[in-house]
Each structure stands twice: as C-alpha cells, then as structure tokens.
Design a protein around this ligand. Structure first.
Ligand code: KG4
Ligand code: ZN
Length: 329
C-alpha cells in the first residue's frame, strides 16, 4: 500500500490530503478563498496565488498531524501541475517539489482534469475502466471515454462556456454570490423549472458538443425583463442545463459501449444533475457512479488518488516539470 501526500491549487481552493492506494483518505483539508475574491465578483488570479502561498503550508502540516504521519513516511508527493490559473498552479507544484526534495520521495505531477476524471474510482471500488464520463466543472465541460490512466478518448467538449461557468454567470445576473452553482441550486428549489422559456443550445443536433453562451444571454434577457421571479429563473436555467447534459450524454452513450456512466467535476455536486444522469444510465442499461458532492468540487483527495493511480503505473515526474495553464486530457 502506498501513501500519497497531495496538493491542489489550480483555482481558488487550497487543499492538501493524504490518500492511500487502497482508497483510504487518511486526512484532507480544503480552504476556499471565496471571501477574498467576493469583492471583485470572480476569482482574481494573483490574489488566488498569494492566498495559496499563505494557506498551503499549514494544510500540509494539518493533514500530516491528523493522520499521525511523518513526511518521510509517505511514498510519493502528488501536486496539480495544471490546467488552471498558472500562478496558483506554480505555488502548489513548487511546494510539492520542495516536499519531494526534502523527503527524497518522487513527485507525481497530476493533471487536474485527470484528478476529476479518476475521482469516481476513489469513492467506488467497483468502477472499472472503461467508463463514459461527463466532466462538468468551472473550466470544462466534456464527455470522455476513460479507458485507463492517461488513456482518454474525448467525444465532446464545449464550443463556448463551461457548464460551471454558465452557473456562475447566471448566478451573477441574479445577484447571487460566487460560486454560483450552489446558490442557483438552492434558489431553484423554490422555483418552477417550466416557468421561464429558455433555449437548450445544440439539443437534438447530431453534433456531439455542448454550448451554454446562448443560454446565458437568454437568462440575461429574462432577468432584464423583470417579468419573472428569480427562483423561477434559477429553476428554469438549471433545468435547461440538465436537459443539455441529458441530450448530449445520450448521444455519447449511443457512440460508446462502456458499461458505466459517470459524472464528476464541481457541477456534478448538483442533485438535479445527478438524478437526471442516473435515470439516463438506467434507461441505457449502464451502471451509474458519481462521487459524493465534496469529492466533485475541487479537493486534494482526488489529486492524491490520481497520484496513487499514476504512481502504481510507474508514472513519476522530474523536478523540472513545468506548470501548465492549458493541458487537455
Ligand atoms: O470542479 P470545480 O470545483 O472547479 C473547477 O475545476 O472548475 O468546479 C467549480 C464549478 C463552479 O463553476 C461552481 O459554480 C460549480 O462547479 N458548482 C456547481 C455546484 N457546486 C459547484 N454547479 C451546480 N450545482 C452545484 N451544486
Ligand atoms: Zn476542478
């Protein structure tokens, strides 16, 4: 059994975790930076990077103390090396390199998207490769066939906004806080999802991709009209995103015979999304798997798990590994 010490710093969550190759999360800690960015209405990259500098060392100390593990007892150090806000990625990656140097343990440079993509295998020991994955986060919206570690086939991506970005923009238009996803989900519970007519971009088309920009513009018009209750706008918006997910994922299911359907990334924390995708999987005779909500939004446990999977496959990285702002799977 290998013990992995992991760091995550690609956006506005600072996180550390200790994860084992047999799926134990020995300790983990996440500190969100929402209140530091709130006055600016979105994540400010330099503020995020500076906050990681302040927060990460304490989180490392905290998880080691909680698990009662000495740094020298870990088998490898995993750190997010991209994609993301590159200043923050540099902070976490360099911290990981420092720990690797100090302990003499190997560095595993993890692609944040692979962290999300493999996270369902941390919570679900029965989930084998290959599986069809809807990865919906603040920066990405993709359908992937996950065939193994480092082995992905991309079936669809977004031609404009990411799904989480759409939630965040809709929330901003409704005057809700950042991040928008949880705020929209909460408000949507009080609204009627059929009240506001909103478009479902690309639904019904044979093209496999996603599009959310037109939906955002329609929300903007609906809010500006003053004709609708905010809860109805939130509920109708959420339903439109769910309908897009279901339609696009159906197309992918028809193109893939992977036995399982999995959803991951921050937007997968949404109960309506989880419910609709579970129903779709059932309709297509596929096994459904989704990580618990806390494992869907950014955390270091998923980086530790991806690190464990890569370490087991002999994939370790040199100390001159670069931080990458862009890094497609
Ligand atoms: O995976 P994640 O934590 O960070 C990225 O890698 O981007 O995803 C963050 C995104 C944000 O856009 C946030 O609004 C969205 O996930 N999100 C949600 C929910 N929780 C987080 N969207 C819809 N419903 C939620 N409950
Ligand atoms: Zn993420």
């Amino acid at each position: 059994m290998a013990v992995i010490l992991a760091l995550e710093s690609s956006c506005d969550d600072s996180a550390a975790a200790l994860v084992t190759s047999d799926r134990q999360i020995l300790a983990q800690a996440v500190v969100g930076q929402a209140e530091r960015h709130a006055p600016f209405g979105g994540v400010v990259p330099e503020i995020a990077a500076r906050a990681h500098v302040e927060i990460l060392p304490d989180l490392v100390r905290q998880v080691l103390a909680e698990a009662e593990i000495e740094p020298g007892e870990v088998d490898a150090i995993a750190a997010t090396a991209g994609p993301g806000l590159v200043g923050g990625v540099m902070v976490g990656l360099l911290a990981g390199k420092g720990l690797a140097l100090a302990t003499g343990k190997p560095l595993v440079a993890v692609n944040h998207l692979e962290g999300h993509a493999l996270s369902p295998r941390l919570s679900d020991a029965d989930l084998d490769f290959p599986y069809l994955l809807l990865l919906a986060s603040g920066g990405h919206c993709q359908l992937l066939e996950v065939k193994g570690v480092d082995d992905y086939r991309r079936l669809a991506t977004t031609i404009d906004d990411a799904a989480g970005e759409a939630f965040d923009k809709a929330a901003k238009l409704l005057g809700l806080g950042y991040p928008g996803g949880p705020a929209i989900e909460k408000l949507a519970k009080e609204g009627d999802p059929t009240a506001v007519p909103l478009p479902r971009p690309l639904v019904g088309s044979g093209e496999p991709h996603f599009s959310f920009a037109g939906l955002k513009s329609a929300v903007q018009r609906a809010v500006a009209s003053g004709e609708h209750h905010p809860a109805d706008v939130a509920a109708s918006f959420q339903q439109a995103v769910v309908d897009c997910f279901v339609d696009r994922t159906r197309l992918a299911l028809e193109a893939s015979d992977a036995p399982s359907l999995v959803v991951a990334g921050g937007v997968a924390a949404n109960q309506s999304v989880r419910g609709a995708l579970e129903q779709l999987a059932t309709d297509y005779g596929r096994v459904f798997s989704v990580p618990p909500g806390w494992l869907c939004t950014d955390n270091a446990a998923m980086i530790g798990w991806a690190g464990a999977e890569r370490f087991a496959a002999g994939k370790v990285d040199p100390l001159d590994t670069p931080a990458r702002a862009r890094w497609p799977l």
